[in-house]
Design a protein around this ligand. Structure first.
Ligand SMILES: Cc1cc2nc3c(=O)[nH]c(=O)nc-3n(C[C@H](O)[C@H](O)[C@H](O)COP(=O)(O)OP(=O)(O)OC[C@H]3O[C@@H](n4cnc5c(N)ncnc54)[C@H](O)[C@@H]3O)c2cc1C
Length: 353
């Protein structure tokens, strides 16, 4: 028996790629070890085309954002479930000077499609400090990652194409054209192992630059804003009275443990915006699989063309995965070119043959 693909890891990257290949008619087995930590299990799932104080447009935003909206809503329709929530991101101005700066930034025609200036200030006055008004970033929203990964897992379990447990690279018998694992032949094995890719003997030559992040979940009974708010930290309304507050960024202490400092940082920031009482009910930490050049890792191994990687999604896995999975599928199945900036061929000089 030969299976087309073994996907190792079912975070957002593995989920999206497995679904994309399955929908192209390929046979796909998904393997995931629930004992290993997962960044997707911690992430807020926000998709945001304009980030930071300078409203920097996300890399390839014009391709990624229309694609991801179609991708997630299409999957929802097909499976009859809901996990994707399109919502604007409100950016309150900190001062009149910042308002002026933002208005200058959004005069850029490349940024305009992602901005709504005609916001109703009063919509937000109920629960946040909002003396100067703000603007709304559009084409944004959030993916309920826990629900999404649960649904995709269930889909492959029902097809009898899911393995719960760890795949050790030492157990893969890599041939010229196929890889054998547990007595099954696979045409290709694709690692979607997140930051664990750093310890993967086949891909540990790739230049990762992991970033730790922490996030709070809180109950704020009187919080009634429906959109996401972002001013230094984001406030993401999940459902009645439940919000998530995030996130921190740290390039050291790269473990999956929460810290008092992380919580104190987030609380300090959120207290300067939020005007209703809240109570923290959970704190989580994760490691983002970021890369040195801030571009994802997609492609086939330089010496073993039956093994590939789909990772390095950094801070933006939810936005990047759908478009890049489509590109990867076209490369694998139709022989089309891969996005050069994402292709791991850019790192080939780091590989010791
Ligand atoms: C606090 C925080 C907030 C974030 N917020 C956002 C956000 O709002 N929006 C956004 O887009 N991104 C966000 N991110 C980033 C996001 O988490 C990542 O971009 C994304 O989750 C990476 O997904 P992944 O599938 O590559 O890796 P992971 O989610 O880490 O998944 C890897 C999976 O592989 C499995 N695995 C690894 N090795 C093996 C093996 N050998 N055998 C079997 N299974 C294996 C693991 O168990 C895991 O399930 C955030 C991250 C953090 C930490």
């Amino acid at each position: 028996m030969t299976v087309d693909f073994l996907i190792i890891g079912q975070g957002v990257a593995g989920s999206v790629l497995a679904w994309t290949l399955d929908q192209r008619g390929c046979s796909v087995v998904v393997a995931d070890d629930p004992v290993l930590p997962s960044a997707s299990a911690v992430a807020a799932g926000i998709v945001n085309p304009l980030t930071g104080r300078k409203l920097v447009r996300t890399w390839k935003a014009d391709d990624l954002f229309p694609f991801l909206h179609k991708f997630y809503t299409g999957t929802e329709q097909q499976l009859g479930v809901q996990f994707f929530h399109p919502k604007s991101i409100y950016r309150p101005y900190r001062s009149v000077a910042e308002q002026k700066d933002y208005l200058a930034l959004i005069a850029d025609p490349a940024v305009q499609p992602y901005v709504n200036q005609l916001t109703t200030k009063e919509t937000y006055d109920c629960c946040i400090n909002n003396p100067f008004g703000g603007l709304e970033v559009t084409q944004s929203g959030w993916l309920d990652l826990t629900e999404y990964m649960r649904i995709i897992k269930g889909y492959f379990i029902r097809k009898n194409q899911y393995y719960e447990g760890r795949v050790l690279d030492a157990d893969l018998i890599i041939g010229d054209k196929k890889v054998a694992w547990q007595g099954i032949q696979f045409n290709k094995v694709i690692f979607c192992d997140g930051v664990q890719g750093q310890e993967n003997a086949l891909f540990n030559y790739l230049p990762y630059n992991p970033v730790k992040g922490q996030i709070l979940t809180a109950v704020a009974e009187n919080y009634s804003i429906k959109n996401i708010v972002n001013q230094g930290v984001f406030i993401l309304p999940i459902r009645d009275g439940l919000i998530r507050i995030g996130a921190t960024y740290s390039w050291h202490d790269l473990d999956w443990q929460t810290t008092d400092d992380g919580r104190a940082f987030l609380e300090l920031k959120v207290k300067s915006i939020l005007t209703v009482p809240y109570r923290v009910v959970a704190q989580q930490a994760g490691i983002r699989p970021s890369t040195k050049d801030r571009r994802p890792f997609v492609g086939l191994h330089p010496a073993h063309s039956s093994v590939g990687i789909f990772g390095g999604m950094g801070t933006k896995g939810v936005s990047l995965a759908p478009y890049l999975a489509e590109q990867f599928a076209r490369y694998l199945l139709d022989g089309e070119e891969l996005e050069l900036e994402a292709n791991i061929s850019r790192c080939v000089s780091l590989y010791n043959y």
